[in-house]
Design a protein around this ligand. Structure first.
Ligand code: DON
Length: 578
């Protein structure tokens, strides 16, 4: 308990806590010992989101008989205001929906698209070299067509029960009357003040009169209130063909130094796409989520499938051997992800081949022996129409938000939502931030003459790691979860599922558990937590080990005798249920 609250303070940048943590670190042992609190219990409905005001807006809707889709709209509208560093109407999202009446699972892709003028050279300099990441992020060039406004409307049209305009009350009130800047928002502003300062509208909002907003400041956003009014009255069309579209285009095309090409046609042709859910078996369950353009469900399914033959339950969470198996299974999945996964409307993605039991058995055979894998290569999954591909070099850094909801009708919703980097491109239009999602593409277009699957192409959706997940047993949901974290999302989600299904952790314990992740070879252990105890044994197995902050944002609900909700203590989220 003490270790975890110190870890949280440490993630919030508290130097005194850092010293205290250093002092007690050698005493910290078991992973299980670190659960901070019990999960929130409920009988009828539950919402878990990244900010108390957002969770409360969702709770009001659920209490009034709204569906999980209704509640999600209310939650997202508030998040875009109070957590502007993470998600909002200028971004994109993936949504997984379990429909209690039909038993069907639906996944919706509200991912941003590249403008029609974009080319594979978008993020390269004149010599064909990839740009430095932050040079690519800031400004108009990285902005893709926002998908979130249309996704909210689509979800409401399919599954909503309350009036559309009734879902806007809290967001509109907070925008018009003011809300309190949270510590996390203030810390994000401080960390990004130099880039927020580069664009007038952004500067005026976050750094008024040259002063950084602080935690506890009251902040109004009249431009966002106006956008919400329009959205409530007219639906999503104004974002794609109307006045809000014009504001977006102006912000992107007039961005100093790095204007983008995103224009009226790009917005007008945008579509939310329904995709086939991607499901993988694990311990008698079906782990289901978002297929391409996200790599989330494929990679999570591959990790779990590769581990299926190992008795992780007997090993327990403190076992270095369990961590070797999980870490190397994750590395194998990331090697395949880098080579094969991208927007399947543009490149054939061997989804079935990557998750085929025979293929994963072959990958699992690579884990035999006591030591870390020296080298990890993509495999050769069965492919309908094979193409030679290079490995990509996309980078993903912190922001993003996850929403988990179960309503009184038994529907379940899992949605991960993002503007990519903290404050996205730093450009603002209509009171909301515009994404930099295009930097999720590979900056390199070729490797040894082979095209990279996730290179930039006109109209394409950048590959994501977002893994909104619903775990089913006998066709009914038992766990709803997801996380922010860039490509760390994949191990956060896979490890949480292992924590719950193999190690018997409840949703709060699995969310609190210290992180240990390995994507590309280096084992990252969450500093200031019991995970540090693994450093020695993992080094002895041959891993390079790094102690670092691992800032997730897991939000989960389990369904069994009742509902249990867990919010990640590393962020400001809250579970509310009745
Ligand atoms: O779609 C993706 O995978 C990324 N744009 C998500 C970014 C993210 O999670 C940053 N996280 N903290």
């Amino acid at each position: 308990m003490r270790a975890l609250s110190l870890a949280v303070a440490l993630l919030a940048g508290d130097a005194a806590a850092q010293q205290a943590t250093d002092a007690i670190a050698p005493e910290i042992g078991a992973f299980e010992a670190q659960a901070a609190s019990a999960p929130v219990q409920a009988d009828e409905w539950m919402v878990v989101a990244a900010h108390p005001l957002a969770s409360r807006a969702g709770a009001r809707v659920l209490r009034e008989g709204g569906s999980a889709a209704d509640a999600m709209v209310a939650v997202q509208l508030v998040l875009g205001l109070v957590e502007p560093q993470s998600s909002g109407l200028g971004g994109g999202a993936f949504l997984v929906w379990y429909d209690a009446a039909s038993g069907d699972l639906t996944t919706l892709d509200g991912r941003e698209t590249a403008p029609l003028h974009a080319s594979p050279l978008l993020f390269q300099d004149a010599a064909g070299q990839p740009l430095a990441f932050m040079d690519a992020v800031v400004g108009g060039r990285s902005v893709g067509v926002p998908g979130t406004p249309m996704l909210l409307a689509e979800a409401h049209a399919r599954w909503g029960r309350l009036n559309w305009a009734d879902l806007f009350a809290e967001a509109h009130d907070h925008a018009a009357q003011g809300f309190e800047v949270s510590p996390r928002m203030a810390a994000s502003i401080a960390a990004n003040a130099d880039t927020l300062d580069r664009f007038a509208a952004t500067r005026d909002y976050f750094l008024p009169e040259g002063r950084m907003l602080k935690a506890g400041d009251m902040l109004k956003n009249p431009a966002y209130a106006k956008t919400l009014q329009t959205f409530a009255e007219e639906g999503p069309a104004p974002f794609y063909t109307g006045p809000i579209a014009r504001q977006i285009i102006r912000a992107v095309q007039s961005a100093p130094e790095t204007p983008g090409t995103l224009g009226a046609l790009d917005l007008a042709i945008y579509e939310v796409r329904e995709r086939a859910p991607v499901c993988a078996p694990y311990r008698g369950h079906e782990v289901c989520g978002m297929g391409p353009p996200s790599s989330g469900a494929i990679a999570v399914g591959q990790i779990l499938g590769t581990l299926a033959g190992h008795d992780l339950a007997a090993m327990g969470p403190d076992s270095a051997e369990a961590r070797r198996l999980i870490g190397d299974a994750t590395r194998l999945a990331f090697a395949d992800r880098g080579r094969f996964v991208a927007d399947s409307d543009y490149v054939p993605v061997p989804v079935k081949g990557l998750l085929a039991p025979g293929y994963l058995q072959g990958r699992a055979a690579l884990l035999e022996g006591p030591d870390a894998l020296r080298e990890v290569q993509p495999g050769r999954p069965e492919f309908d129409h094979a193409q030679l591909r290079g490995d990509d070099d996309a980078l993903e850094l912190p922001s993003t938000s996850h929403i988990s909801i179960v309503d009184r009708y038994g529907n379940a919703l899992s949605m991960t939502t993002t503007i990519e980097n903290a404050f996205g491109s730093r450009l603002m239009a209509g009171g909301f931030m515009l994404n930099n999602e295009l930097t999720d593409f590979s900056f390199s277009s070729h490797e040894d003459g082979r095209p990279i699957a996730n290179r930039v192409e006109p109209g394409k959706r950048p590959r994501s790691s977002m893994a909104p997940t619903i775990v089913l047993r006998d066709g009914a949901p038992v766990l709803v979860l997801g996380s922010p974290g860039g490509s760390q999302i994949i191990p956060y989600v896979a490890n949480a599922i292992i924590g719950h299904l193999d190690w018997g952790m409840d949703v709060q314990a699995m969310t609190d558990a210290p992180h240990a992740t390995n994507r590309f070879g280096t084992y990252a252990l969450e500093e200031g937590t019991g995970a540090a105890a693994l450093a020695g044994p993992l080094r002895a197995m041959g891993y390079e080990v790094q102690l670092q902050g691992l800032n997730s944002g897991l939000h989960a609900i389990s369904l069994g005798e009742g509902l249990q909700g867990g919010a990640d203590p590393r962020r400001e989220g809250l579970a509310i249920g009745e």
